[in-house]
Unconditional design. Structure first.
Length: 408
């Protein structure tokens, strides 16, 4: 009897401490980044990662300053368990979380995989389909049965983890009243974070705002949990929708490096970070990501996943700090800010690249000749520029080619 009383008191104190932490996070206005590159990102066809590669990315994400890592789906494979076990003791900053279906066996698998990690650095993320499509065609469950599943598995997880997240899969196609009921049930059962996933990436920023406002207005116990947003990019709006969610008060952003993930991918971590950084006057929110780690992080993920970064991809793409246009090259040489929203060093990238080619002007060519210590005068410079304009399509102007043009 005395032991039961002691356990109840300890649990009550623990709940109070947890609530204090959640309230502090909400008041701080800080946007917490929960990276899911190692789980949702890896689901992209061709992006499979070995455990030691996941560890390298996890350490890079830790250096970047992410709050938590969606480290894997233990019930799905032994490889995911191995990767999570490898991170324990080596990735100590972020919270390590494991994905679970609303099955007690999945929670047990996560508990085993994360065994040994400090209690305040281990968590589970449960999901359950809630939309009519998922209820009727995938799960064959009624609304009442879905709520019972949520209550049962979230409470089971809360007995084993201090950090429990719940997300209604296909939330953006779930009836708003039922969606709010799912959240209320999950929080009452012990969820410390509730997620809003746009599973098929169909929302617009305006509809995102409507959903987030409705959740905040119609989930009476919302003050007891953090609100996370998770957007897919099927309409190219994942980052815009994420920012709309942040503007409405979302506390946590779930995203991936380079935006990799199912179908058209996820919201891109680096793009959301830089948008917040550049527009703090608009969003009035802060983050704890070191922006100078972003470019190297993008390159590392591309290298290890084998998923190449499109040349025009913001932040990490090869063209972001490169130009062949003469007017732009002239402006960049006079002041880099004339044609850049931020300088390369802000995201840890290399130097600005003034690519020589058909569209280059005299100033960029002269600059490169000076860098190579090649003497020239105005007449010779004009001839070289004209030669560049006559080069066959696709010709790459290397330093050796430039020297050849000068010698001729």
């Amino acid at each position: 009897m005395q032991n039961q009383l002691s356990r109840r008191i300890a649990r009550r104190i623990e709940d109070q401490v947890r609530q204090t932490i959640i309230s502090a996070h909400k008041r701080s206005g800080v946007v917490l980044f929960s990276d899911t590159t190692l789980r949702d990102g890896e689901q992209m066809p061709g992006a499979t990662l070995d455990p030691h590669e996941k560890l390298r990315i996890a350490k890079a994400l830790e250096r970047a300053g992410v709050h938590s890592l969606d480290a894997g789906f233990p019930a799905s494979s032994e490889a995911d368990i191995a990767a999570i076990r490898l991170m324990i003791g080596q990735v100590t900053g972020p919270v390590l979380t494991a994905l679970c279906r609303t099955l007690r066996s999945d929670v047990d698998a996560a508990d085993h995989a994360l065994d040994g990690n400090p209690v305040h650095k281990r968590g589970v993320s449960l999901f359950c389909g809630t939309s009519p499509l998922h209820r009727e065609h995938k799960l064959n469950k009624s609304r009442v049965e879905i709520l019972e599943i949520i209550e049962s598995t979230v409470s089971y997880a809360a007995e084993r983890f201090r950090i429990v997240a719940f997300s209604p899969e296909d939330a953006s196609r779930t009836e708003p009243d039922f969606l709010c009921e799912c959240y209320r049930t999950a929080i009452d059962a012990g969820a410390t974070t509730i997620g809003f996933p746009d599973t098929v990436g169909l929302l617009t920023p305006e509809k995102t705002r409507d959903f987030i406002r409705r959740i905040q207005d119609h989930v009476p116990n919302i003050d007891r949990a953090l609100l996370a947003v998770h957007f897919h990019n099927d309409l190219g709006l994942a980052v815009a929708n994420t920012l709309a969610g942040i503007a409405e008060g979302a506390n946590v952003v779930q995203c991936t490096v380079n935006g990799i993930g199912e179908r058209a991918g996820n919201a891109s971590l680096e793009e959301v970070v830089m948008a917040l950084t550049m527009h703090q006057d608009q969003y009035r929110r802060h983050h704890r990501i070191d922006t100078t780690t972003l470019f190297p992080l993008c390159q590392l993920v591309a290298e290890l996943t084998g998923i190449a970064i499109p040349r025009m991809k913001p932040i990490g793409g090869a063209n972001v700090f490169a130009t062949e246009a003469g007017i732009h090259q002239d402006g960049l040489l006079k002041n880099p800010d004339t044609y850049l929203p931020f300088r390369p060093e802000a995201v840890g990238a290399g130097e600005i690249q003034l690519v020589l080619g058909r569209h280059s002007g005299r100033r960029a060519v002269a600059h490169r000749l000076q860098c190579l210590a090649i003497p020239f005068n105005d007449e010779r410079l004009a001839v070289i520029v004209e030669h560049l304009k006559q080069l066959p399509k696709g010709t790459v102007v290397t330093d050796d080619l430039l020297r050849t043009l000068v010698s001729h």
